[in-house]
Design a protein around this ligand. Structure first.
Ligand code: MTE
Ligand code: MO
Length: 213
């Protein structure tokens, strides 16, 4: 199902050229069991961390050659791109044509240089939330650390100053108020993954819950 890394890298390079490019997919646009909304609902654990340019930091570490801790200034200087994506929440709402700008996860990976053994990325947020994905899923060309939505700085309720966006998967994989990205050899289920939600979270295969009984 996923394209090979070179194909994604080529698409990513095109995105970095400055045009707004829609996330590419084929087939039906609305995943099974979803309905369309227009009001960008807010969903989280109820804690909305008070962060701004002065106290936000992003630590990127684990199985990498070059671990870094970026402050806002350093993060802001990384190359950015804009993408238009659809968002699918497991609670059945989907919203189309959401325009986010941010730093591609590809750019982050090139900066820290994952070791050969790195296979998973564990995301940790300022509100205590965690979620996990394979490095392969994170290296899709549309995955970004987003800092703006529709041309405005990302609001606090939607995870500002910066959140992960993984548009092709259910939105619980898109950690708001991102604090740490840890590259790992082994998988580590996050907050919802430990509570029965799917590890892979693909809306198009109705992949909502863990298969384990
Ligand atoms: N830090 C953090 N990120 C989070 C969550 C959370 O509780 N804390 N909730 C997740 C869930 S379940 C969803 S559906 C999306 C919702 O993002 P939104 O509030 O911007 O719509 O954020 C995800 N990221
Ligand atoms: Mo959610």
């Amino acid at each position: 199902m996923p394209d090979d890394l070179n194909t994604r890298k080529e698409r990513w390079a095109r995105k970095m050229s400055g045009k707004d490019v829609r996330v590419e997919r084929s087939g039906e646009r609305m995943p099974p069991g979803q309905h369309e909304v227009k009001d960008f609902p807010v969903l989280d654990l109820g804690i909305k961390p008070d962060l701004d340019d002065s106290n936000w930091k992003l630590k990127i570490h684990g199985e990498v050659e070059n671990p870094v801790e970026l402050n806002w200034d350093e993060f802001s200087k990384l190359p950015k791109f804009t993408d238009v994506c659809d968002i699918h929440c497991v609670t059945t709402w989907s919203q189309f044509d959401m325009k986010f700008s941010g730093v591609a996860f590809f750019t982050i990976a090139e900066l820290v240089k994952p070791k050969e053994c790195a296979k998973h990325v564990i995301m940790q947020s300022y509100d205590g939330y965690t979620t996990n994905l394979t490095l392969d899923a994170m290296l899709d060309d549309d995955v970004m650390i987003a800092h703006s939505f529709e041309g405005e700085p990302l609001s606090r309720e939607h995870g500002g100053p910066a959140r992960v966006m993984v548009p092709k998967l259910y939105a619980w994989k898109s950690a708001k108020w991102i604090r740490e990205l840890r590259f790992s050899e082994t998988d580590e289920p996050g907050y919802w993954e430990r509570r029965g939600y799917s590890n892979t979270a693909d809306p198009f295969t109705n992949d909502r819950f863990s298969q384990k009984s």
